[in-house]
Design a protein around this ligand. Structure first.
Ligand code: GLA
Length: 385
């Protein structure tokens, strides 16, 4: 972290010709289990990871908000009273969208000073590790401090989600920002997406000699277009036909009736969400009673459900999962929204390099692009550095 903090200060100085008042950061996330359940008011179990987005910030004498980053050639700027989702474009929609969204959550944007922001990150972009929620959450905690808004982390997660939904235009749920804001070292965030109540669950991976291996397939995905929104619409249609507010209200016992009244595709979308909610509850119970070596089957079953019922996997993700399973992983599944991105495998420490080699080999054999594999640990959520 020392390097990136130095870099972000240097980047701020070269962009703005002065120093920042502080540095804030937020992590990417891995979802251990509970996929496409968040916007169905269900359960999720993500954890924050040891890859972070770092933000340097300094207040201004006027009302401009300016953002620059290592990723963009040009600085983006807008006056606070001009902030509106439809005016925000490209990567700067993430940080500027958060400034706008804070206004929607009560910040008086006419009373706060403008700011200069500089952003750097070690969260890989497009890998399904929520690099976007990391930017939103880092900017949210920074502005919350500098503007002295006093919003709590769960509210800041909703601010980030609003920015993502309206300014970026991706109809995503509350999971990613919650993980980035509420995460704790060695713990997962068990979140009820209906009540927004959360509990930290001890993962115990290190004690059990386990590592979490990320297999980034390199297959790009974009939740602002296409499949993600379609899946969400199917779930909402299923809930309407079943006469419930959301699929959270459908239990395993209701699936027999659901099969009678829904068309086949909608039924399978519903079955994924309903069984996935149960798998999250089971995973929390098993982690607490037996420890992490016992959750493998639940991870594997989650992948099968996403592959066959929700149909959001791609051949590269299936190959990554199958290869990890065949080479000693305790369990494996795709993670995140799907249609590309990354898989996770829970692996005994001594077996990590064997799986990495096997995955490289399998991808080459299938003529797929080279994947990137690396381990992550559960880290602390967003805050001032
Ligand atoms: C993306 C979204 C989340 C969640 C997952 C699927 O990461 O941002 O809100 O819906 O997909 O579980």
């Amino acid at each position: 972290m020392t390097d990136i903090r130095d870099d972000v200060v240097a980047g701020f100085e070269s962009a703005y010709g002065r120093g920042p008042v502080g540095i804030w950061s937020a992590p990417g996330r891995v979802n251990l289990i509970g996929e496409h359940t968040d916007y169905n008011e269900g359960f999720v179990l993500p954890f924050a990871i040891n890859r972070r987005t770092v933000v340097a910030l300094g207040p201004r004498d006027d009302t401009l908000v300016r953002v620059a980053s290592e990723y963009a050639d040009e600085l983006a700027e807008i006056a606070l009273d001009q902030l509106a989702p439809e005016r925000l474009r490209d990567w700067s929609a993430y940080p500027l969208g958060v400034a706008w969204a804070l206004g929607q959550f009560g910040a008086d944007l006419a009373a706060v000073p403008g700011v200069d922001i500089y952003i750097e990150s070690t969260v890989p972009v497009g890998a399904g590790l929520s690099s976007s929620a990391a930017i939103e959450s880092a900017v949210a905690v920074a502005l919350n401090d500098v503007w002295q808004l006093g919003l709590d982390p769960q509210t800041l997660a909703r601010v980030g989600q609003l920015a993502e939904n309206k300014a970026v235009g991706a109809p995503t749920g509350i999971m990613d920002q919650s993980a980035a804001l509420l995460g704790r070292r060695d713990h997962a965030v068990f979140l009820d997406c209906r009540s927004l109540e959360s509990e930290l669950v001890d993962l115990g991976f290190a004690r059990a000699g386990l590592e979490v291996l990320i297999i980034d397939t390199g297959v790009a995905h974009d939740h602002a277009t296409g499949g993600y929104a379609e899946r969400r619409a199917s779930c909402e249609a299923g809930a309407r036909t079943l006469g419930v507010e959301s699929l959270r209200d459908v239990g395993i016992d209701d699936l027999a009736r659901a099969r009678e009244v829904l068309d086949d595709v909608t039924f399978r979308r519903v079955r994924h969400v309903v069984t996935e909610n149960q798998r999250v509850l089971d995973t929390v119970r098993v982690l607490r009673s037996q420890g992490p070596t016992a959750i493998g089957e639940l991870l594997d079953a989650s992948h099968v459900s996403m592959r066959d019922d929700f149909e959001i996997s791609v051949p590269e993700l299936d190959l990554a999962v199958e290869t990890a399973q065949a080479n000693g992983a305790i369990g494996a599944r795709m993670t995140g929204g799907g249609f590309g991105g990354a898989a996770i495998a829970l692996v005994p420490s001594e077996g990590v390099s064997r799986i990495q080699v096997a995955i490289d080999g399998a991808f080459a054999e299938h003529g797929f692009g080279q994947p990137t594999t690396f381990t992550v640990t559960a880290a602390d959520g967003a805050g001032r550095d």
